[in-house]
Design a protein around this ligand. Structure first.
Ligand code: SF4
Ligand code: SF4
Length: 601
């Protein structure tokens, strides 16, 4: 045993690798993104024979990992909670078909939400799919439950979910790790048995056979529920049931407020499947869980349905204190108010900003901008985003909005804005539809050659893998041309003049022909090695005599490195933030921002 100070996501990676999982796929999404890089690091450190890579999206990641589990290789797939929606089809089906070797589905929830579109609860989705789900309360448990999930999956030959949450995945703690790596030899095994024909009905089941598989699934779930025990702490007459991070908060609050004789706390490691239990020795039974009533519905307790537990938002320690106060158990201690945070904006020198500034200049305020999921969602701040739904919806919305106006005999410019990784993930199918149905709107692809929002993971255009084997880069514009788009242009985002020219050409093309146009704005993210190394460094300054205090550079361009001196009514450069990219020059109507000489290439 050794002790390591690691995050919950790193602990999950250690747990999986320790349990012998050697095939891990996933798609990046906060708060789950660190699991795959941590597993890749372990693979390198220990020279493991393994496949640990990112996939194009969660559905593909799921199916690849599942295919490995069917071939007798222990596998896992990682994603954030909304990513599970993308993988829903194979997720639901795999419960019926089951696995041969183990498969752990790691889905990390984001109550709050801090960086997601919804607060959906992966435990609830696991319950809908009839897949057992483990819910760690601490970083140590994140490690242990990753191993436990592998064992359970192996025992019942079915996928098992490990549901973590932002607070567990992003917390850091001293974790006891088993140093032994279970390096069992891998033995792929599919269609090798002589009596294969006896098994094939399961892997290629007809609807009738699916009924049989459903029956088998119900048997497994019943057995797992019979083994699923609730651990009880303290001796009160009121029973509180909980799982995940909320259990840890409640445990500490009960000790802090000395409620050991008034409350009993039930810890549920596996929130699904649960057997209905006799709690008649307690006066009240309340489920305190975030974010959906998974325990509450199965055990028919109080909680959300009678308004004791809030129906939305994170159950922070403060919210748990409120619940205890509502039950008349405590008088709350001093309430700490957290000051409002500054709204997030694109980084200083971000290439997306100058691209979107050019788009707005050509297409104007009246155009409809259908946005997508990624850093460029922050274009909301300077009015170049009117909609954000889910991955790839910018292109579908571009189609829908343009068609809706066409049907109403109105002409309206529509621009879809999507990042390179999101385009690969879900933007391609709606663009195929748009080509097929000849819908004339512009698709702007902001290609920064990385998945920036979630920590700069690689994209399909990369040739580097976690090993030293070079990969085949997928070239976005070739894919788009292959789909039949006739107007496809590529420009360096920092090249403002060419960007304007191409945007004007695209606008004309959309007027003259009934089909979509695509412009790829390419410039590496300035937070990557490549981005920093190729960035020009100009001697940038603001001529105070020319500055009229119009604030266009602050409000319409919004580089955080430009600040406004209200006393002088002039803009200023914050030298601590400015990376001297020179892009802001184009935002100033009076030419007060001056680029100067390039001081470094
Ligand atoms: S856009 Fe130009 S004139 Fe307006 S505040 Fe900024 S620097 Fe001054
Ligand atoms: S040069 Fe202008 S756009 Fe670039 S980082 Fe500095 S202030 Fe921002």
């Amino acid at each position: 045993m050794s002790r390591l100070y690691i995050s919950g996501n790193e602990a999950i990676a250690y747990g999986l690798i320790n349990a012998g999982v050697r095939f891990i796929t996933g798609y990046p999404g906060t708060p789950s993104s660190e699991i795959i890089p941590a597993a890749q690091k372990l693979k390198k450190q220990h020279g493991l024979k393994a496949f640990i890579e990112w996939s194009i999206n969660e559905k593909v990641a799921y199916e690849i990992a599942y295919g490995a589990a069917l071939s007798n290789i222990k596998s896992a797939v990682t994603m954030k909670q909304v990513g599970l929606n993308i993988a829903m089809d194979p997720f639901m089906n795999s419960a019926y078909v089951g696995t041969v070797a183990s498969m752990v589905v790691v889905s990390v929830d984001d109550p709050g939400p801090h960086s997601s579109q919804t607060e959906q609860d992966s435990r609830f989705i696991a319950m809908a799919a009839k897949i057992p789900v483990l819910d760690p309360s601490t970083v140590q448990e994140a490690y242990e439950f990753a191993r436990k999930a592998t064992e359970l999956s192996n025992k019942y030959n079915m996928p098992v979910m490990l549901r973590s949450s932002t607070r567990v995945s992003h917390a850091r703690a001293d974790v006891r790790i088993d140093e032994e790596l279970y390096n069992e030899p891998m033995e792929a095994n599919f269609k090798t048995a002589k009596n294969w024909h006896e098994f094939i009905w399961r892997f290629a089941a007809t609807p009738k056979q699916r009924l049989k598989l459903h029956e088998l699934l119900n048997d497994k779930i019943k057995k797992i529920a019979d083994e699923n025990k609730i651990k009880l702490f303290f001796n009160g007459k009121i029973l509180m049931l909980s799982s995940g991070a909320v259990f840890s908060y409640l445990y500490e609050l009960i000790e802090d407020y000395k409620l050991q004789d008034r409350l009993t706390l039930g810890k549920i490691d596996m929130p699904y499947p649960l057997n209905f239990q006799d709690f008649s020795q307690f006066q009240r039974v309340i489920a305190v869980e975030e974010t959906y009533p998974v325990i509450e519905l199965q055990l028919n307790t109080e909680g959300r349905r009678n308004g004791l537990v809030p129906g939305e938002g994170e159950l922070t320690p403060e919210v748990c204190e409120d619940i205890l106060q509502r039950l008349g158990l405590i008088e709350r201690k001093k309430i700490v108010t957290v000051p409002a945070l500054k709204r997030p904006s694109l980084c200083p020198g971000c290439a997306h900003r100058i691209s979107l500034f050019a788009v707005k200049k050509v297409f104007g305020k009246k155009a409809i901008y259908a946005g997508d999921i990624g850093c460029y969602t922050l274009a909301l701040n300077f009015n170049v985003t009117d909609t954000v739904l889910c991955m790839g919806a910018s292109v579908s919305f571009g189609f829908a909005l343009k068609k809706a106006f066409e049907l109403s005999d109105k002409d309206r410019d529509v621009v879809s804005i999507i990042g390179d990784s999101t385009f690969f993930h879900s933007g391609i199918p709606p663009l195929i539809d748009a080509v097929h149905y000849k819908v004339p709107f512009l698709v702007v692809i902001l290609d920064n050659q990385t998945v920036a929002m979630t920590g700069n993971q690689k994209t399909l255009s990369d040739s580097e893998s976690s090993t030293d084997v070079a990969l085949k880069p997928i070239i976005i514009e070739n894919v788009i041309k292959g789909l039949g788009v006739n107007f496809v242009q590529v420009v360096d985002s920092y090249d403002f003049e060419t960007s304007l020219k191409l945007l004007k050409e695209a606008k004309k093309f959309l007027k003259d022909s009934s089909e979509p146009a695509v412009i790829v704005f390419r410039h590496p993210c300035i937070n990557t090695k490549k981005g920093l190394s190729i960035n020009p460094v100009y001697a940038i300054k603001i001529d105070k005599k020319l500055c009229k205090g119009c604030k266009v550079c602050v409000n319409e361009f919004e580089c955080p490195a430009i600040i406004f001196n209200e006393e002088e009514n002039k803009a200023e450069i914050d030298r601590n933030l400015c990376i001297s990219c020179g892009c802001c020059v184009y935002s100033c109507p009076t030419k007060a921002i001056i680029k100067g000489e390039i001081v470094k290439e």
